[in-house]
Design a protein around this ligand. Structure first.
Ligand code: ADP
Ligand code: MG
Length: 236
């Protein structure tokens, strides 16, 4: 059974943090003990979107060897556990991404599922995150530049010994010129797990620092997140 997933994309802004938060919360709603970890240590915003920006201890202190993992775990919506990163640049400079693997191992022992929100690009912390989990979920937008970066991320994942579980197409339905599901599968050579539509409720819920699956559970995007959670957890 696959329990630890890295949520990655290559390109920034495709929806990695949104997927990590909402998929994590949906898994928690299924009764699964679920942890979400912000491995985007330079541009951390998992804590921000959940109102945890004042967390006294974060992954930064853990990666700097100044705190224990258990002191950086916070209670999120519907019982999902959150390990945020700090937002200060000083904290980022002191954090050593080489310790990410130990943190990941420690967390995965505590739960049913661990989702790791990875950094965009090919920085050290971003690349380390591609290999520490069992498998990688690529978050792509149905447009060319996102696809090109996702393909690069897939190749990079395999180069560092990781494995791709599948792709999620996020923000679909905006343009009738968008890249189709089968083309995404052909180009990336991976299964598209599901598609999440462009949904204004995603941003609306962000204003309340609440996941869309909690704030607007009947919305189209929430339904998609719940389908993906069910796919991962193997429930109908
Ligand atoms: P990343 O973590 O990959 O940089 P985010 O999850 O922060 O991306 O998403 C970038 C922006 O796009 C955020 O403002 C988010 O609210 C918005 N967004 C993400 N997914 C959707 C969606 N399906 N519909 C509408 N807005 C979305
Ligand atoms: Mg992000």
């Amino acid at each position: 059974m696959i329990r630890a997933f890295t949520i990655a994309s290559g390109k920034g802004g495709t929806g990695k943090t949104t997927v990590t938060v909402n998929l994590g919360t949906s898994l928690a709603q299924l009764g699964k003990e679920t942890y979400i970890l912000d491995a985007d240590i330079g541009m951390a915003n998992l804590g921000l979107v959940l109102g945890l920006e004042d967390a006294p201890v974060t992954l930064h202190e853990v990666l700097a060897g100044r705190a224990k993992v258990e002191d950086a775990i916070y209670e999120g919506p519907n019982g999902v556990k959150v390990v945020p990163s700090g937002i200060s640049l000083q904290g980022f400079q002191n954090a050593d991404p080489d310790h990410l693997r130990e943190v990941m191992r420690d967390l995965v022992d505590r739960c049913d599922y661990l989702l790791v929100d990875a950094a965009a690009g090919i920085s050290k912390d971003g690349v380390v995150a591609l290999a520490i989990c069992d498998e990688v979920i690529l978050v792509v937008n149905p447009e060319l530049s996102s696809m090109a970066d996702a393909l690069k991320t897939k190749i990079l994942t395999e180069m560092v010994g990781g494995k791709v579980y599948g792709a999620i197409i996020n923000r679909s339905g905006m343009e009738n010129t968008e890249i189709r599901r089968h083309s995404v599968e052909d180009v990336l050579g991976v299964r598209v797990i599901d598609m999440i539509p462009e949904d204004p409720n995603v941003r609306r819920s962000a204003a309340y620092k609440t996941p869309v699956v909690v704030k607007y559970p009947a919305s189209e995007s929430s339904r998609a997140f719940r389908r993906i959670a069910a796919d991962i957890a193997g429930v109908e």
